[in-house]
Design a binder for this molecule. Structure first.
Ligand SMILES: [Zn+2]
Length: 377
């Protein structure tokens, strides 16, 4: 057990997960802790018993094997044997969908062998049989997703064959991209070839026109990309885009950690993206910290993060002294609750926001304002 992982709330209501027995669900969660950052783990009943159920006398190797089989049959884990000693390993199929990995450590275990059609099909299922290049569905050709029976080098291929599953490397092998799950994505064979063609001048010996070449046929058999044709500009662009995306998310995480109220994260992320275009992100984060540390901020009246961001509140002055706190020398003696100035202005602000949301036809903002109003009363 070496890694901290997270469980999303959706886990408990996921219909696929609900098909598992309760012990299998527990083991499934445990596999995330056992897995490295590629989702790969040792997959033997003895190992799992020692790591996950060390104090459960009733958890025999036989029972654990049944749980493991449940996870495999449900397509939650994919087992494989590899290496000279045929080590038993497995990969958590949708690992990156469950876990957001910030600073991924390279795997020390070998990845599932891409030459195996079952492995390629597993990646296809993981990606919902959707091509990452064109976004449309990948179709099954005859009885095998990745078969190449009909392709004879030099022959014309037919349209259906071109739609078959092809596993693409995001970072090409020539750039050090490996056969690990995080570096692989499903594509149509045709889209992959089309992508290569865009980056290869017509005079180049690698230029393949619109036909599958011997190179491509061989490629789909091994499941790996041809190095020379994949050193593409688009690849570098996508890499940079992913980096930018990562930076944006980690900046947002810093804001989120600093901000004193954690509600409606999705809306907050949207508002953050907009705010980050208007102002320096460090300024916004510093504003969130000031707001968090403001001694006059009251938990129940703390703004939703999206509201705070949308209104540009990082430029706000410190809050006025709380009127709830008894003032020295000025106790209220008549017993009736005073109307708190802060509360009045806060209510006015939200009512104004509600009106603007209704006028602007923004249902999200309207719902948010209504929720804030309800929280106030
Ligand atoms: Zn495609």
């Amino acid at each position: 057990m070496s890694r901290i992982r997270t469980i999303k709330p959706e886990f408990w209501v996921d219909e696929g997960v609900a098909m598992l027995s309760r012990d299998a669900r527990l083991l499934y969660i445990a596999t995330w802790n056992l897995a490295d950052d590629e989702g790969i783990l040792r997959w033997s009943a003895d190992f799992i018993r020692s790591q996950v159920f060390p104090y459960d006398a009733d958890m025999t190797a036989r029972r654990i094997e049944k749980l493991m089989a449940e996870l495999v049959e449900g397509d939650f884990l994919f087992p494989y044997d590899t290496g000279r000693v045929r080590q038993h390993l497995a990969v958590v199929v949708r690992f990156r969908k469950h876990q957001r990995i910030n600073r991924a450590q390279p795997s020390k275990l070998p990845p599932p062998p891409l030459g195996d059609p079952h492995v390629r099909e597993m990646y296809g299922r993981r990606d919902d049989m959707t091509c990452h290049l064109c976004g449309s569905e990948i179709v099954k050709v005859t009885d095998d997703w990745t078969n190449t029976y009909d392709i004879v080098p030099g022959n014309h291929y037919h349209e259906q064959q071109a739609q078959r599953l092809h596993i693409d490397h995001l970072v090409p092998p020539s750039k050090g991209g490996a056969d690990y799950p995080s570096n692989l994505a499903s594509a149509h064979a045709k889209c992959n070839i089309g992508r290569n063609n865009r980056d290869i001048p017509k005079g180049s010996p690698h230029y393949g026109g619109d036909q599958l070449t011997e190179q491509d046929t061989d490629d789909s058999l091994t499941g790996s990309m041809s190095d020379s044709v994949n050193d593409s500009v688009t690849e570098r662009e996508r890499e940079r885009e992913r980096e930018r995306e990562g930076e944006r998310e980690s900046l947002f995480d810093r804001f989120w950690d600093a901000y004193p109220r954690h509600v409606a994260r999705e809306g907050a992320l949207k508002a953050w993206t907009k705010a980050a275009l208007k102002a320096d992100t460090e300024t916004i984060i510093a504003g969130a910290e000031r707001y968090r540390d403001d001694p006059n901020r009251e938990a129940q009246y703390t703004k939703h993060p999206a509201t705070w961001l949308n209104a540009g509140c990082w430029e706000d002055d410190p809050l006025p002294a709380s009127t709830n706190a008894p003032k020295p020398g000025g106790p209220s003696s008549n017993g009736s609750a005073p109307v708190l100035p802060y509360l009045r202005t806060e209510r006015q602000r939200i009512e104004q926001k509600l009106i603007e949301a209704q006028r602007g036809g923004d249902p999200d903002l309207e719902a948010e304002a209504a929720a804030e109003l309800a929280a106030l009363s």
